[in-house]
Design a protein around this ligand. Structure first.
Ligand code: SF4
Length: 266
């Protein structure tokens, strides 16, 4: 029996679980109390918004490309990325290309969702999940490996492949590929395995049980105050007024933090 009261139709995602592991209070404010953001995530705000907009536009172009919709006009600020995309496509299995795929499964009594930028597969069940990244820096492999996106996406794919693509997929047939618009020849590819699948499933169940068992009015604030610099709730938590710089963020629509800045190692 869960102590936690979730909003109606609440679904977990890699972002919400990532928020929880970084700061329980942020998870509570954002997803349970649905608190409006009192402060910008990073400053200057215009730079942050511009970076977000560019990242979103790139995702849209990639989606159109894989849907076979002609891309007639690419704005100048996007040309470098778009040329890189056209010239350095990652090697992918088979011929099936499904952009912007949503999937979800009930695990440990909670609905979990994922949105793949691109799902590619061959008829033998070999699958690659692709995620486009438009960050200025290429994060370290170990950092990416720990992210809940890398944990959750292959896991959910294995759980839902049959309903999603009509194939039963074994963990060993799955790869997660991050493609970086600013480093187009250096994608990061993560193989998957049955062992990793079992470990990650247990880890997910543990986190969900922990979230469901919290019985506090104010959930625990992170001890790592560096995380507060890029958190919209810092004024509510009395964790400072000044926002972190835009360069401290990975500049894509998921707004992930960037470990390659050594002053901000997470
Ligand atoms: S400001 Fe800091 S303590 Fe408050 S929610 Fe954000 S990360 Fe957590």
């Amino acid at each position: 029996m869960s102590n936690t009261k979730f909003p109606p139709a609440f679904q977990f995602s890699q972002s919400s679980i990532q928020d929880f592991v970084e700061c329980q209070r942020r998870f509570q404010l954002r997803y349970l109390l649905q608190q409006a953001w009192p402060a910008p995530i990073a400053e200057p705000l215009n730079d942050y918004e511009a970076a977000e907009r560019l990242g979103a536009q790139f995702h849209l172009l990639a989606q159109r490309y894989y849907l076979g919709v002609p891309v007639q006009r690419v704005e100048p600020s996007m040309l470098l990325w778009w040329d890189a995309f056209l010239q350095h496509q990652p090697t992918l299995p088979g011929v099936e290309r499904l952009p912007e795929v949503l999937t979800s499964a009930v695990m440990a009594g909670q609905r979990i969702t994922a949105a793949f930028d691109l799902l590619t597969y061959a008829s033998n069940g070999e699958v690659v999940i692709v995620d486009w990244k438009t960050s200025r820096h290429r994060p370290k492999r170990e950092w990416l490996d720990r992210r809940w996106q890398t944990i959750l996406y292959p896991l959910l794919l294995v759980e839902t492949a049959e309903q999603l693509i009509g194939l039963e997929v074994q963990p060993e047939q799955v790869k997660m590929l991050y493609w970086f618009a600013n480093f187009p020849t250096e994608p990061k590819i993560f193989d998957y395995s049955t062992e990793r699948y079992q470990q990650d499933k247990a880890k997910l169940e543990e986190i969900l049980a922990q979230i469901g068992s919290i019985d506090q009015e104010i959930w625990t604030l992170t001890e790592d105050r560096r995380k507060c610099r890029l958190c919209q709730y810092r004024s509510l938590c009395d964790r400072g007024r000044e926002a972190g710089g835009v360069e401290e963020l990975e500049l894509d629509p998921n707004v992930e933090l960037n470990e390659s800045d050594e002053t901000f190692v997470l």
